[in-house]
Design a protein. Structure first.
Lengths: 87, 385
């Protein structure tokens, strides 16, 4: 059982396929290991790389929002640190 | 495999099924249609609740009923009209007959009532069945196929497993010269800029923007000022952080192909490739529009487990999780949930493509086996009189 899934190679977030606990190391399909910096709930997003404040958050190879604060690799990504583009 | 065995129609279109259908031009003719199919159950009744009393929908409903009759899966059509209805059976029949497929029309008032009309209808339908049974499948090109892309009863993984698998199948068919129709405009809200970039021309891009802006405005008008800006709490709990993210999970059914055209609800596309249909998110109405646009096949993803099919179009069901696949095995064809257990996305995509190749040659997907036909639900915007 994989712990995460990356939908598009351009994505900088993966989706948790099970609850991942803070401090837990999880591996990606390519064997790379990342340590979760928060609890990542099932079906939620985790950062694959550091994302600076204002940078794009990419899923499906497309921008789904912008980092509202600096996000580190392994951080849970959700509405608390993802800012939707203003129209 | 570059060809498949299909039914070639007189106008050059290609069916993957060979149905004799009975279309009531108005809901008042449903009883006679029911009488005919009690006697001849092989005929497919297209019951619906419209055809009169909705002046505002005259054009939309005429187009939808006419184009469903024109769908290449339909080999022959009997139209039953009443006589005093708004959408006359005679014109509907004449418009369908442009395809040169066998079409006959009966009007209940002109025939002298229900029993006489049904008796004539039974003999017409039996004659049609004798003719259509003689038709043989011949090698046909995949570029004649139109595949409708649908989702219903979605869950947090629909956009992760099932919809991306369908996207691969959509790109595969388009690569072979065929057409895929992506619709459900309310599920495109927030992705206008992304879809516009994929448009083959500026004109198509503008049409995409207008379609999504209008859908957003309607949502806003009906559900209040915040309706189109926020996503449901259930979506949030499921890990969706923005409307873009949620809609991306829906539009991924359309793969990565360029968008060649935007069509109205039930309009037959003039372009091949990925086509967007300006239609509602409600599955049953969406499917009627896609069938009218000429789709011979539909692929339908579901997370909660929606069993519906369509009377004249085989519908392949793709489950987003193994839990759903196993709990509703009689309704589900493909388990995209296996991706969550380590199966590759392309492996599931290939499985779906292999099933499509069988279904176009006659294998019945679960919804077709289960006769999940139901009635035609026609998209309706204006009130009845």
């Amino acid at each position: 059982m994989e712990q995460t899934i990356i939908i598009n190679p351009k994505d900088n977030v993966a989706i948790a396929l099970q609850d991942i606990k803070e401090g837990e190391k999880f591996s990606l399909a390519d064997g790379k290991k990342i340590t979760a910096l928060n609890n990542i709930p099932y079906s939620h997003k985790v950062a694959l790389a550091d994302i600076k404040k204002g940078e794009q958050i990419i899923k499906y190879g497309e921008t789904i929002g912008f980092a509202s604060e600096d996000i580190k690799q392994g951080h849970w990504v959700h509405a608390h640190n993802l800012h939707v583009e203003e129209k | 495999m570059n060809t498949f065995m299909g039914f070639e129609r007189p106008n050059g279109s290609v069916g993957i099924r060979n149905h004799v259908v009975i279309i009531p031009s108005v809901a008042c003719a449903n009883g006679v249609v029911a009488h005919i199919v009690r006697e001849v159950p092989e005929a497919v009744p297209l019951f619906h609740g419209h055809g009169c009393g909705r002046v505002g929908e005259m054009e939309l409903h005429t187009r939808t009923l006419r184009n469903i009759g024109k769908n290449p899966n339909v080999a022959a059509v009997l139209v039953i009209g009443l006589g005093c209805e708004v959408i006359k059976g005679d014109w509907l029949g004449l418009a369908i007959a442009e395809t040169k497929k066998p079409v006959e029309m009966l009007s209940i008032q002109a025939e002298g009532g229900s029993q006489k009309t049904a008796a004539k209808g039974i003999s017409i339908v039996r004659k049609f069945l004798n003719e259509t049974k003689k038709m043989k499948r011949v090698p046909c090109s995949f570029d004649s196929l139109i595949m409708g892309l649908e989702c219903g009863g979605s869950d947090a993984f629909s956009g992760v497993t099932a919809n991306p698998s369908v996207g691969l199948a959509s790109d595969w068919l388009i690569e072979k010269g065929g057409t895929a129709i992506l619709t459900e405009n309310t599920e495109m809200i927030g992705t206008s800029h992304i879809l516009e970039r994929r448009a083959v021309s500026q004109e198509v891009g503008q049409r995409i923007k207008k379609m999504i802006d209008d859908a957003e405005k309607r949502t806003h008008d009906i559900m209040g000022p915040l309706a189109s800006l926020v996503i449901a709490p259930g979506n949030m709990d499921g890990g969706m952080s923005s409307i873009q993210e949620k809609s991306l999970g829906c539009i991924v059914k359309g793969g990565i192909s360029p968008i060649t055209q935007v069509i109205d609800y039930g309009e037959i596309p003039s372009q091949k490739g990925l086509v967007l249909m300006d239609g509602p998110g409600y599955d049953n109405e969406s499917m009627a529009g896609v069938a009218a646009s000429g789709a011979q096949l539909m692929v339908f993803t579901t997370g909660r487990g929606n069993p519906i099919g369509f009377p004249i179009v085989p519908v392949i069901k793709v489950a987003s999780t193994s839990k759903l696949y196993h709990s509703m095995k009689d309704d589900m064809d493909i388990n995209a949930g296996a991706i969550l257990e380590g199966k590759g996305l392309t492996e599931v995509g290939d499985e779906l493509i292999a099933l499509i190749e069988k279904v176009v040659e006659g294998e019945q997907p679960k919804a077709e086996k289960n006769r999940q036909d139901g009635i035609l639900c026609l998209y309706t915007v204006n009130p009845a009189f």
